[in-house]
Design a protein around this ligand. Structure first.
Ligand SMILES: Nc1ncnc2c1ncn2[C@@H]1O[C@H](COP(=O)(O)OP(=O)(O)O)[C@@H](O)[C@H]1O
Ligand SMILES: [Mg+2]
Length: 265
């Protein structure tokens, strides 16, 4: 309990610093007419996308629907063919991923990418310094908060590459968290975990959401996703085919057909 309280307090302070001035109701992240093609292959076909401050949005859809590419164009690691991305009220379409990160956009990758040869703490410090632009004691404080929130405080001095999958996923989350995001992009971080591990991860993400961090979470394990998200988006073939309350989207005929109904009965 003590662990949670310490984290919550520090996060409340950080939430004010990061997202407080944006005010309730303002969209923290907006994509307009997002279009991406690789040669002849259209991967994003005119996606309009909004995330409100502090909102938790889930993204589902079959493999190849364009979900990861959507996160990549929002984060700036993939260049749009056309369209516009707005982060906390400013157009960031041409800005590099690290600049977007410094402005409050955190990302945890589908395949964890810890920096090898570095400890868990050092990995998270990279997030706090390179992404969060913190230095010295505030950087360490931020890292310790992120490690505690993600349940990694006992593993700070372990080599990152020696961690198992659950802990690698937690490290991915802690490193993103240390950048002090106003919005956090998560790509299938529940994949490959046991039910018990996934449940632990859900608790961590629920905690972040409760602290006011907006969350965009791609996840195939829908029953996990719906424990956290306020809204669900379904993509198919580069388009948004449904967007709304999870219970409505999951019953939508187009979603059932595209996502849930493809396997033979
Ligand atoms: N760098 C790339 N070059 C060519 N095609 C790509 C590239 N990245 C993704 N794609 C293609 O874009 C489509 C959408 O991929 P992705 O965004 O990873 O989908 P999802 O995450 O929904 O499974 C797929 O057909 C994939 O093969
Ligand atoms: Mg993907």
């Amino acid at each position: 309990m003590t662990r949670g309280q310490v984290t919550r307090e520090s996060w409340a302070a950080n939430s004010v610093a990061v997202g407080g001035e944006s005010g309730a109701g303002l969209d923290v992240l907006v994509g307009r007419g997002l279009f991406k093609r690789y040669g002849e292959l259209v991967v994003l076909d005119g996606v309009d996308f909004t995330v409100g401050a502090g909102e938790a949005v889930g993204i589902v859809g079959p493999n190849g629907a364009g979900k990861t590419t959507l996160l990549s164009v929002l984060a700036g690691s993939v260049e749009l063919t056309s369209g516009e991305v707005e982060l906390r009220g400013e157009i960031v379409t041409t800005l590099r991923p690290d600049v977007r990160c410094g402005r409050g956009l955190g990302r945890a990758f589908q395949v964890p990418r810890p920096f090898g040869g570095m400890t868990v703490l050092e990995n998270v410090l990279v997030g706090a310094t390179a992404g969060g632009h913190l230095r010295g004691a505030p950087a360490y404080d931020r890292c310790i908060d992120a490690l505690i929130t993600c349940g990694l405080d006992g593993l700070s001095n372990r080599r990152a590459e020696s961690l198992g999958l659950l802990h690698r996923k937690r490290l991915e989350l802690a490193r993103a968290l240390a950048t002090e995001p106003a919005v956090l992009l998560l790509d299938e971080i529940g994949g490959g975990l046991t039910d018990a591990e996934a449940a632990e991860l859900v608790l961590t993400i629920q905690q972040l959401h409760a602290q006011g961090v907006a969350i965009v979470w791609i996840e195939h394990i829908v029953h996990i996703l719906v424990q956290v998200v306020d809204r669900l988006i379904c993509m198919d073939a580069g388009r948004v085919i449904a967007d709304g309350p999870p219970e409505t989207v999951l019953q939508d005929a187009a979603v059932v057909n595209a996502y849930l109904g493809r396997s033979p009965a």
